[in-house]
Write a protein that binds this ligand. Structure first.
Ligand code: NDP
Length: 485
């Protein structure tokens, strides 16, 4: 795609058409080369206001449709989107940095999530309780909230959006989305394709711009009834405070530092593969990712060797180059942050077994690359132990038994995901019950299913996405009593 085509984006998509934002241009950089390849006008508070007003107008008619009709319309739009994924893939790779293969996985998953909620549209039920008193019945109604603001980070711009968009729209809300300032292009085209596929004007709007300007304007807009946010824990805390006046609803999907426990009776090859895949997928820039490994002493050497070998074999390269298995980090700042965490960790101890620096490959010059990194036995107080590492660097510790592993796993402010590898049912059950996290995978790689509710404990967030449970976060219930008077 040429630069001309990309600069043609007006910066927002409001009321079913492109809308020119009024703010200063935002440069969009290709993380694989470090080159700015597009500019998009940043949004202002006035642009957010225009988007929210359009969403509020559209919500009246959208919520009046039968829920099955909303599902039908969203399904048709999702099919149109799916037919055009080949156009979106290179755009996502260019602005985000991920490999074309990972762009396909992300976009396919985004469509799957839309279709999952289309399927659930006909299952939305309320409740009826007869005989509350003689001749008195109760009924529980579900009503949409109104306009929902969806704020999304840059690591999975489309799937994280669809986790919010799909249940919100099926439940009768309309949405204004704010993608990260560095990844607006795919989201804008995404909105255009859904509109081409028949989603009515105003039902889904996008305003780009920075978090401090358009993000804050969306969170504080009086007509926005709910903010669905995915991002870092500090920004999540700010949003919770900003949303307090007026009691806006919030769902916060925040950072994580997922532990993986490998017991001495585990399938060690499968566990090592899951650790490598779980840590280096999307260049380690995933909320659910294997960020700490605790392996039983008896099998530690074997596991550490296997994971290190896999890390060293990974082909690091630009996302658009065939054969690349791991792309760059999204920004230079993100790469420097991860590099700093590794350096500060090694200053406190531990053994560097792979990576620990950018790859020495002339072809990668200019891009924000960092080699897949493995550190054995760092300090339990080091940055890699206590902070979220949002990049391709994995710490591994030896532990004596399951009790120690679970205690270490829980010694984190985060509680997003976790995984356990063992063939012992008792150990698996104990781990699933005692680890403080919203998800525990047992002998499974860390895949998120639309069918199951997902959301963090502790500093990893508040509320659930996915599953039919997601509808609870996009509706209010009302208890109605039919008396006998
Ligand atoms: P940030 O919290 O910095 O940004 C996330 C989004 O919020 C961006 O769109 C950003 O805009 C916007 N934003 C920033 N400040 C404000 C504000 N004051 N008001 C409103 N919006 C604002 O997150 P990162 O970019 O660092 O994303 C990575 C984080 O996301 C990691 O911590 C990761 O773990 C987490 N994450 C959590 C997931 C989950 O489901 N639990 C899934 C994926 C990621 P802009 O960038 O334009 O400033």
């Amino acid at each position: 795609m040429s630069t001309e085509t990309i600069t043609a984006f007006a910066g927002a998509f409001i009321d079913g058409r492109e809308y020119r934002n009024g703010g200063d241009p935002l440069p969009i950089t290709n993380p694989g080369t470090g080159e700015v390849f597009a500019e998009v006008p940043g949004g202002t508070a006035d642009d957010v206001d225009a988007a929210v007003n359009a969403a509020a107008r559209a919500q009246v008619q959208w919520s009046a449709l039968a829920v099955s009709k909303r599902g039908e319309i969203l399904g048709a739009a999702a099919h149109h989107l799916e037919a055009n994924l080949d156009e979106l893939m290179p755009l996502l790779t260019r602005e985000q940095g991920k490999t074309l293969r990972d762009s396909r996985i992300e976009l396919t998953k985004a469509v799957d999530t839309l279709m999952h909620y289309v399927g659930l549209a006909k299952t939305l039920r309320g409740a009826h309780t007869p005989g509350l008193d003689p001749g008195v019945d109760g009924m529980v109604l579900r009503r949409p909230l109104g306009v929902v603001g969806a704020i999304v980070p840059w690591n999975f711009p489309t799937t994280l959006l669809c986790n919010k968009l799909a249940p919100a729209l099926v439940a009768g809300n309309t949405v204004v989305a704010k993608p990260a300032g560095t990844t607006p292009l795919t989201t804008l085209r995404f909105a255009e394709l859904l509109a081409e596929g028949g989603l009515p004007a105003g039902v889904f709007n996008v305003v780009t711009g920075s978090g401090s300007v358009t993000g804050t304007a969306l969170v504080t807009h009086p007509q926005v009834r709910k903010i669905a946010f995915t991002g870092s824990t500090p920004v999540g805390e700010q949003i919770m405070a900003l949303a307090a006046p007026g009691m806006k609803r919030v769902t916060l999907e925040l950072g994580g530092s997922d532990p993986m426990i490998i017991c001495d009776d585990a399938d060690l090859d499968a566990a090592a593969s899951a650790a490598s895949m779980g840590r280096f997928y999307n260049c380690g820039q995933a909320c659910l990712a294997i960020k700490r490994v605790y392996v039983f002493d008896a099998v530690a050497d074997q596991v550490i060797e296997a994971i290190t070998a896999k890390a060293k074999r990974l082909k690091v390269g630009r996302g658009d180059v065939k054969g690349s298995q791991m792309g760059p980090l999204h920004t230079a700042a993100q790469r420097d942050e991860v590099a700093g965490q590794v350096t500060r960790t090694l200053e406190q101890g531990g053994t560097l077994l792979a990576g620990g620096r950018p790859p020495e490959d002339a072809e990668l010059e200019g891009g924000f690359f960092y080699a897949p990194t493995v550190v054995a036995d760092p300090s339990h107080e080091s940055p890699m132990a206590v902070e979220e590492v949002f990049g391709p660097a994995l710490p591994i510790w030896r532990v004596t038994d399951l009790d120690e592993a679970i205690a270490r796993a829980n010694a984190s402010p985060f509680g997003l995901g976790s995984s356990v590898w063992t063939r012992d049912l008792g150990r698996a059950r104990q781990a699933a019950e005692r680890i403080e996290a919203g998800y525990t995978w047992i002998n499974s790689r860390t895949k998120v299913y639309d069918e199951l509710p997902f959301g963090g404990w502790k500093s990893s967030g508040y509320g659930k996405e996915h599953g039919s449970e997601a509808f609870d976060y996009y509706t209010e219930t009302k208890s109605v009593v039919f008396g006998n008077g």
